[in-house]
Design a binder for this molecule. Structure first.
Ligand SMILES: [Zn+2]
Length: 220
């Protein structure tokens, strides 16, 4: 008989699997890039292999619920398929020329960013608790049988949270063109998301970080 906690977790998992329709199971992302928006949030998934980095998939969410649940699921629930270790997001600023049109706005974009920061923070606090317990030779509750971290492969890994300004998109597009790196997100946007730019923008943010910081090369 599964414990009540395990049953509850299975139900949550089932719910999340519906929300998080991509990426496909066999392509678990090492890096997630997010373009948060007032209405739609674009997410691009990247994977690193021996050959280099590639964008493997992209999904657009209609905030608030679906995206926030999906991120929580990806970071906090079943980690046995893999775990992202980098989360990149586009930072949000209110510029003077947009101040007028934003009058009365509840700034949903900035609320989504708050959730991203919070989820990554509690995830990383969990990592730190494991590190501290290991140093002291203690075992955490979550490591006991039936617990979330009972399988050593499911232990949470530290996530590097990165924010990038919006103005990197145009130059990054130029660099990708020069390197002949094709957009994976664009055809997905065309087929599933009315050709809106959110997943494409997310993809640009992912590449910006990979090419600059991880000194990453694109898989051929
Ligand atoms: Zn744990």
């Amino acid at each position: 008989m599964p414990t009540r906690r395990a049953t509850k977790r299975a139900q949550v998992q089932e719910h999340l699997e519906k929300v998080w329709s991509r990426p496909k199971e066999d392509a678990f992302p090492d890096l997630i890039a997010i373009d948060p928006g007032d209405r739609w949030t674009g997410v691009a998934f990247f994977k690193e292999s021996e050959d280099g980095w590639e964008c493997i998939d992209a999904q657009e969410f209609e905030p608030p619920q679906s995206f926030e649940d999906a991120l929580a699921g990806l970071l906090m629930l079943d980690r046995s398929d893999g775990q992202p270790t980098t989360v990149v997001y586009e930072k949000w600023r209110l510029y003077a020329d947009h101040a007028q049109e934003k009058t009365g706005s509840e700034f949903e974009t900035s609320q989504h960013i708050g959730v991203i920061k919070y989820l990554v923070r509690i995830h990383n606090e969990h990592v730190q608790r494991h590190d501290a317990a290991e140093d002291q030779g203690k075992m955490m509750l979550c490591e006991q049988q039936g617990g979330q971290c009972a399988d050593p492969n499911d232990r949470p890994k530290f996530i590097n949270l990165v924010k990038q300004p919006a103005d990197i998109k145009k130059p990054t597009r130029g660099i990708l063109n020069k390197k002949k790196i094709k957009s994976i997100a664009r055809p997905i946007a065309r087929e599933y998301f009315n050709n809106r730019d959110h997943v494409v923008d997310a993809e640009l943010h992912g590449w910006k970080y990979i090419l600059d910081t991880l000194k990453g090369k694109a898989a051929p």
